[in-house]
Design a protein around this ligand. Structure first.
Ligand code: PGA
Length: 241
């Protein structure tokens, strides 16, 4: 695991976008695994700028998102589909039938998970997976205790995670209790992994990630089993190292 520290969140976002752009240049039909949350917003802004400057096209790209809330319509203002449209998809030339998120509103969530695993297989696997990290070490919505051999599955969200995400809703009661997430095994099957962490609230988890033994109680420790993981952090997230 290679950890690189940057002065600011903006610089981190620029570097993350540059790594993604290099992957796309080397393989124009690359499959990108994407993440939501506060952390990747600068990265997406930078990708949009590269696209607007005619330096990057997504016409042949496919994207697969990590997770989606259960029980929210994709059109809901807090769905991850809406987030992705707002922060990336609506501003680039990625065709509408080439981005994918789990459907958290599917009638049969278990079937939806199987469909999503099949989809990942059908597109030939993920070339580059972008990840954030939760304060409890979650990746995607894989909360502590998730088996490392898990594929896409339905999860009950940790209280800590619901509280962290309540900032986007009018009250904590509105934050969904469940979600669909790619599993740890799905994440580890990506060819390359890029984890981003910024801000003071991530300092402890980054310190822990470096020292942690590989154990399901700390989901991000599974990344130590992968041979191509780059972790980009800003100075605040690195302040306890
Ligand atoms: P954040 O979320 O980017 O909003 O901090 C990351 C995560 O919980 O995985």
């Amino acid at each position: 695991m290679n950890i690189i520290e940057f002065e600011s969140k903006d610089q981190l976002g620029k570097e993350a976008a540059a790594i993604i752009a290099r992957t796309m240049t080397a393989k124009p039909d690359a499959v990108l695994g994407l993440a939501t949350g506060g952390t990747p917003i600068e990265t997406y802004k930078e990708l949009i700028q590269l696209h607007q400057a005619n330096q990057l096209s997504f016409k042949q790209t496919k994207t697969i998102n990590l997770d989606e809330y259960a029980g929210l319509n994709p059109e809901h203002e807090n769905s991850y589909m809406t987030y992705m449209k707002r922060h990336l998809f609506d501003h680039i030339d990625l065709p509408h039938d080439q981005y994918f998120l789990p459907n958290g509103n599917a009638a049969h969530l278990e079937k939806e998970c199987l469909r999503y695993d099949q989809l990942i297989e059908d597109v030939g696997g993920i070339d580059l997976q972008l990840l954030g990290i939760g304060q409890n070490g979650h990746i995607g919505f894989n909360e502590p205790g998730t088996p490392f051999n898990s594929k896409t599955h339905v999860v009950q969200l940790d209280e800590n995670t619901r509280q962290a995400n309540a900032r986007y809703f009018s009250s904590i009661d509105e934050v969904p209790t469940h979600a669909i997430t790619m599993g740890i095994a799905s994440i580890l099957s990506s060819k390359k992994i890029l984890l981003l962490a910024s801000g003071k609230s991530k300092a402890k988890v980054i310190q822990y990630l470096e020292q942690a033994e590989i154990h399901p109680d700390f989901p991000a420790s599974a990344l130590k089993l992968h041979e191509d993981v780059t972790v980009l952090i800003d100075r605040e997230a690195g302040s306890l190292r």
